[in-house]
Design a binder for this molecule. Structure first.
Ligand SMILES: [Zn+2]
Ligand SMILES: [Zn+2]
Length: 344
């Protein structure tokens, strides 16, 4: 029986030269295709993350069109019906893309021989957001402002903050407000609006502000990450009663520069404290459960103390008085740990 040979060049089959349907490898790759593709293909790519749609699956890429094509071709187009009979382990590498033309190299095994073939194909790219990117896009926030308060969260504090934040023009970039047991999260479309809101919280509510990036990285050549700004407010509002430095104070005001104005209840002395100092020394906000407020009438002054009679109980209190008031005046006294203070 005669050996098989190439009908084009006459080379005979041997160890290193298979004859495939009458052709040597050189003439096979010139005249036939290891794998045949349509003359033009269309791929669907996510413009945000670069993943490519194959069937119903979105497969990740390195963000390049060449990679998207390569994945699509290998997963969707290299199949039994498109591979030349007798070939196995067919793999396509897309080397480069010029305009709408892809240059690729096919490797395929024929028996124990590996053949390579270059080719080009035309392609078109359609863009569509993948489900993950489209869900991110719908929520469309890149930053979160976490508003928390020192001490137990207080409804009045958050309401006051909410009233202020809704006045800001940046509030239009707040896409979602989530309340949790310990505060409020504002989901903000862009980091710069979030930073501005945080700076207002810092200036006007004496918030302690800290920024962190989460999930920071590059995906499909685009920067992905979420900015989280934690804003801890002192949980103080004018009128609050606080224990600070072992004394009892009422909060008179919060300044835009992080200064908290306090009035000492025992002698009416005014004190301005920096936010940081308040934090470092520690303070306690008292609630209505910690103290009692009693309505009374000023009867007299005795030994430098005001004599106040409670309207309801008729009890008499001797109270340090920072200020001389007319006898008979209606006054309020605050009783904390058994000690009465005159509220003026
Ligand atoms: Zn030949
Ligand atoms: Zn995507």
């Amino acid at each position: 029986m005669g050996r098989r040979f190439c009908v084009r060049c006459g080379v005979e089959e041997d160890e290193n030269t298979p004859i495939i349907d009458g052709l040597c490898p050189k003439h096979f790759v010139e005249e036939r295709r290891i794998v045949s593709f349509p003359s033009k293909i269309t791929i669907v790519v996510c413009p945000s993350c670069g993943s490519v749609l194959v069937g119903n699956d979105w497969l990740p890429t390195d963000g390049s069109i060449a990679k998207a094509l390569e994945i699509y071709i290998n997963k969707a187009l290299v199949k039994r019906s498109s591979i030349y009979p007798g070939f196995t382990d067919v793999e396509v590498n897309v080397d480069k893309v010029v305009s709408d033309k892809a240059f690729y190299r096919v490797k395929g095994r024929y028996g124990k021989h590996v053949l390579e073939q270059d080719g080009t194909l035309l392609f078109e790219v359609k863009h569509k957001l993948c489900p993950i990117c489209s869900s991110i896009r719908n929520e469309s926030y890149e930053a979160t402002v976490q508003i928390r308060s020192e001490g137990p969260p207080r409804y009045e504090v958050f309401r006051r903050i909410a009233d202020r934040v809704t006045e800001l023009k940046e509030f239009s970039n707040v896409v979602k407000i989530e309340e949790s047991h310990d505060g409020v999260d504002l989901r903000v479309r862009d980091p710069s609006s979030a930073r501005l809101i945080a700076s207002v919280l810092k200036k006007e509510f004496s918030a302690h502000v800290k920024q962190t990036w989460k999930d920071y990285g590059y995906l499909g050549g685009k920067k992905h990450g979420k900015l989280t700004i934690s804003a801890r407010v002192p949980g103080l509002l004018p009128g609050d009663v606080v224990v600070f430095d072992e004394d009892l104070y009422t909060v008179v005001g919060l300044s835009r520069k992080g200064i908290i104005f306090l009035r000492r209840l025992s002698d009416g002395r005014m004190l301005s404290v920096k936010r940081d100092e308040l934090w470092s020394k520690g303070f306690q906000v008292l609630t209505g459960k910690d103290y009692a407020i009693v309505e009374g009438r000023l009867l007299n002054y005795e030994g430098g103390k005001a004599v106040v009679q409670a309207v309801d109980s008729g009890n008499i209190y001797y109270v340090s008085s920072p200020k001389i008031l007319d006898l008979g005046s209606r006054v309020k006294i605050l009783i904390y740990k058994g000690i009465p203070y005159l509220l003026i």
